[in-house]
Design a protein around this ligand. Sequence first.
Ligand code: TXE
Length: 516
Amino acid sequence: MTSTSTAPAPEPTLYIDGKWVHSKSRHTRTIINPFDNSAITTIDEACAEDAEAAIVSAKKFFDTSDWAHKKCAERCPLLQKVADLLQRDKEIIAEIETKDTGKTLTESRIDVDDVTAVFRYYAEEALKLDAEKQIAGEGIPETVNSRTVHDPVGVCVLIAPWNYPLLQICWKVAPALATGNAVIMKPSEVTPLSTIYLTKLLIEAGFPTGSLHLLTAGGASVGPTLTEHRDVDLVSFTGGLDTGRRIIQSCAGTVKRCTVELGGKNPNIVFSDCDLDWAIDNVVTAVFLHSGQVCSSGARLIVEESIADELIAGVVEKARHIKMGNGLNPESETGPLVSAAHLAKVEEYVKIAKAEGAKLLVGGSRPDPIAHPELSNGFFFLPTVFDRCERSMRIVREETFGPILTVERFKDGDEEHAIFLANDTKYGLAGGVQSKDVARAERVARRLRHGSVWTNTYGSYTPRAEWGGFGLSGNGRELGSKGLDEYIETKHMWTENKPVKVGWFKGQGPLLKPKL
Ligand code: TXE
């Protein structure tokens, strides 16, 4: 959670035109540790004038330097260097991320390893773009050299959310820089600290002045300037649906490229042939990791009737024993929600679910402050399970982004109904299919209208494969080779090696006099 003030920031946190600077507005923001509501530090709150300065710097650099015209092979060693630096400072970064987000140190370390892999992957994948693609065949004279080449898009604004701050910004910045763009990073105002640190590493790695900018600010402070500006060529956004819609509208005026990842309401189908213990572990991990603040979390359990009661009882029991605590404590299995505002949102969804008739089986509140005084200052919320959920309920249809599992059942053997329920969402980011019957699992997985589908597991990803959603989960893809394509323009070059006169206009028509 954060709040704005005019207390000075100890160090400038805006990086514009190769310099660390304070905000022109002199406004600042206090960054809060969600574990105990204590202040971690104070950072600059950028304003529209700062955003304008970052755009001017990025545009000037993009237009006048040779950065955009270099081969990827010349830029990619810088990405490898960033990967090395991330590993060198892994423990420092993990601690920053844990204090800022509340997630466990184990998760933060995994995030650092994951983004290291992202930088290494794009350092190699981008090299493929250096090769020109020759276009030959019917309709192309032999005297012509026809080929496609790749250019960077230009000035790219990268807007990240608070649940995976380091990871989400790296998914964007690694392909954007590999392909020669000039970037302006805007982390979430709730969790900007790891992105400030990352910026220092990118500078240390040697990315040139002007290729890199950082604005720490709330969306309202700089959002419209960044997304409406005619000199911004691309906006890549990850965050909530409502904000995503606003950003797409802002980009429309200048027809800029805009990719959005907007979360999900993800089904996890469990068939009755699963080993019970295994299925309990699968369901609990899919939904309660990082207190449910995961865009792909398996928040909707869709379970075959004959296993349902036993499975749910096991899930409830396991949920009761999840060890919540300070992410810095190695014994903690999960941390708090990210902010007081988010806690209030999750509490509101519990009220809504109860009013809609869902049956609360466990959780549904903050931990008891008498039994757990160590959690009472933080934004903790108990792992929660609702049974008797109907597809029409808001708790089933809307993303709570909290530790809340809803349960829907389907009749034994009614595979079609399971698929229907799983696809009955406006979102389409991710889903799971759990069954020992491999042929059935594959059949069902193929039918799911979701961007990532896991069979007999949940949640894994690799930088080598695309990530993104169907439906209202967004457009475009991050990661994989398509994640690189988001940041390039494809240019067709047609070169005639033996020029001949075209002779279309023969000069034999009547004299066309201009009307004066
Ligand atoms: O995100 P916002 P919020 C979902 C989740 C959550 C809900 C709202 O359900 O409860 O979104 O979260 C910046 N122009 N996800 O309100 O507002 C903002 O500063 C430009 C899903 O915290 O979408 C931040 O950097 N930028 C999700 C980023 O947008 C603007 C992850 C995300 O903030 C802006 C997080 C504007 N007008 C939440 N307004 C996922 N897809 O993984 C805000 N921002």
